[in-house]
Design a protein around this ligand. Structure first.
Ligand code: GLN
Length: 194
């Protein structure tokens, strides 16, 4: 792409603003988005961490389900933590509605109460797990990019990327995950133009 990629962070609930400096440092434009007109203007989405049940309620209350499903089918999407839960095919404990963007099964709060939150290094970068989901199952078509304690925590498939952890809380800009997502967005549009 000739111009800067515009990355829309879905701004209904959750950790939206911490993505801004990572996105800008990676050379793209940050937008907090919550209306269909704003969705139309972005090249890709980040579904942030937060509470997936609250996000679902707001999506339904504002009648955004169909418009978001159409956007997600057409553009790159990165789900962070709660965002992973929204993107999964199947959600457990408890089951809830999801956009079914890729063939994975996730268990909400799968690390249990003992490990509600912790910091670890993924590819040498400090990230946070905060009441994270556990990926219980992923089809072979889904590429596992990083594993933590035996569980896949960073996955990629086509135009989609997932991290069950938060890289955006670290203040070393940009995170390798933001960089990787931007590269994915650029590749997606280069392929489309070819
Ligand atoms: N536990 C939250 C959920 O189920 C996700 C937590 C997070 O996004 N940090 O939606």
């Amino acid at each position: 792409m000739l111009s800067k990629s515009v990355i829309g962070v879905l701004a209904l609930q959750g950790a939206v603003d911490p993505h801004r400096l990572h996105i800008e440092a990676a050379g793209a434009e940050f937008r907090a988005v919550k209306t269909p007109a704003q969705f139309d203007e972005v090249d890709a989405f980040i579904l942030p961490g937060g509470e997936s049940t609250t996000m679902l309620k707001l999506i339904e209350r504002f009648d955004l389900w169909d418009v978001l499903a159409a956007q997600f089918a057409a553009k790159p999407v990165w789900g962070v933590c709660a965002g992973v839960i929204l993107m999964a095919q199947t959600v457990l404990s408890p089951a809830q509605r999801s956009f079914d963007l890729l063939p994975i099964t996730v268990e909400r709060n799968g690390y249990g109460r003992q490990l509600e939150s912790c910091h670890v290094e993924i590819e040498g970068y400090k990230v946070s797990f905060i009441r994270a989901p556990v990926i219980k199952d992923a089809a072979e078509s889904v590429h596992v990019r990083a594993v933590h304690k035996g569980d896949p925590v960073w996955l990629e498939s086509g135009q989609y990327m997932l991290t069950t952890f938060h890289p955006e809380m670290s203040l070393d800009f940009p995170s390798p995950m933001h960089r990787a997502f931007l590269a994915r967005v650029e590749k997606f549009y280069a392929k489309k133009a070819a």
